[in-house]
Design a protein around this ligand. Structure first.
Ligand SMILES: [Zn+2]
Length: 321
């Protein structure tokens, strides 16, 4: 049910990348769950088959792949993806050896999303404590998302004949603009995104392709969130899917610390209700569901995942008894 390994986290400093980002959400969620459910174990990271260039080619363009095949170009591409007021200088100092190691690490993260989705097909519900690179575009990585692990995972399983139709439900505070762009002309993958209307990605910076179903929230509309989510899910009621990926960002949380998620301030209770509603909708449809973490910043983000997963684990353990 829980797909986690400590080495799947992004620890920039290990690759000589001096970005002021600390993301230990996955570790905090896992250790908190382990206190109540001591049987939980990390997955065997060595059993994850690596992604290859052909897998990325199912989503990304020749131009993108060219950048990924040469380390100097990849370094430039990553610099843009992790754009930050200081990142230019920081990336300049990264050795090509470290760029190469970082590339392997990113591919391992994408491979983990794929393995977790494949596992969800048999186990029906998997939460991967990682993943959710929903801003990556066809031609380039964007907004801290180097490639689109979500659509890569779906298309690889389609190619293997394991699924036909998929749905990506994105409830991160930011729009799944990469996901909507790369699947726009693909009737086999539907997308839904509930997000802030006025924050990044800005239409003025990047053109925005609509999702199959979008709903954008203005500041102060939090009270309407759950009823609008219900309406969004109802839109997909009559469609049949073989797999759903839920991009379960914790950044709509009112205690989130990212400046660009300040326009959505859902309470912990509202986020719990959000997650319960999506989970039970998928259960009712009997469709396998993979959940990924996506965004969530600050000291409290981990609590949003933990409250939902404690519920799932308690249900599972009482079902066994
Ligand atoms: Zn976000």
């Amino acid at each position: 049910m829980i797909f986690y390994h400590q080495d799947l986290g992004t620890h920039f400093i290990r690759f000589g990348i001096d970005l002021p980002l600390r993301d230990d959400r996955a570790d905090r969620v896992f250790s908190s769950l382990k206190e109540s459910f001591p049987h939980l174990e990390p997955i065997d990271i060595n059993s994850i088959p690596m992604l290859c260039q052909e897998d990325l080619a199912l989503v990304h363009s020749q131009e993108f792949l060219k950048n990924w095949s040469e380390l100097n170009s990849l370094k430039k591409a990553l610099k843009k993806t992790y754009e930050h007021k200081d990142s230019d200088k920081k990336f300049e100092k990264v050795s090509l050896e470290n760029v190469s190691a970082f590339k392997d690490h990113l591919l391992l993260q994408g491979a983990a999303t794929l393995s977790a989705l494949e596992m969800a097909l048999t186990q029906k519900f998997i939460f991967f404590l990682g993943g959710g690179m929903h801003h990556a575009r066809r031609d380039f990585g964007s907004g801290f998302c180097p490639f689109n692990d979500l659509v890569v995972a779906m298309r690889v399983l389609q190619k293997k004949g394991k699924i036909k139709r998929g749905l990506i439900i994105d409830v991160d505070a930011h729009m799944g603009d990469g996901t909507s762009e790369v699947t726009y002309d693909d009737p086999s993958i539907d997308t839904m995104s509930l997000h802030m209307a006025k924050q990044w990605p800005f239409q003025s910076e990047l053109s925005i392709t609509p999702s199959t179903y979008d709903d954008a929230f203005l500041p102060g509309e939090e009270e309407t969130y759950l009823s609008r989510l219900e309406k969004a899910l109802a839109f997909f009621d009559s469609r049949v899917y073989d797999a759903v990926i839920v991009v379960a960002g914790a950044d709509p949380y009112e205690l989130d610390t990212l400046p660009s998620s300040k326009d959505m301030r859902l309470s912990r209770e509202q986020l719990f209700a959000r997650d319960e509603m999506i989970y039970h909708w998928c259960q009712k449809k009997k469709v396998p569901q993979l959940w990924v973490m996506a965004g969530g910043y600050g000291d409290e983000a981990h609590t949003i995942y933990t409250q939902f997963l404690k519920k799932r684990l308690s249900e599972a353990s009482s079902a066994i008894k």
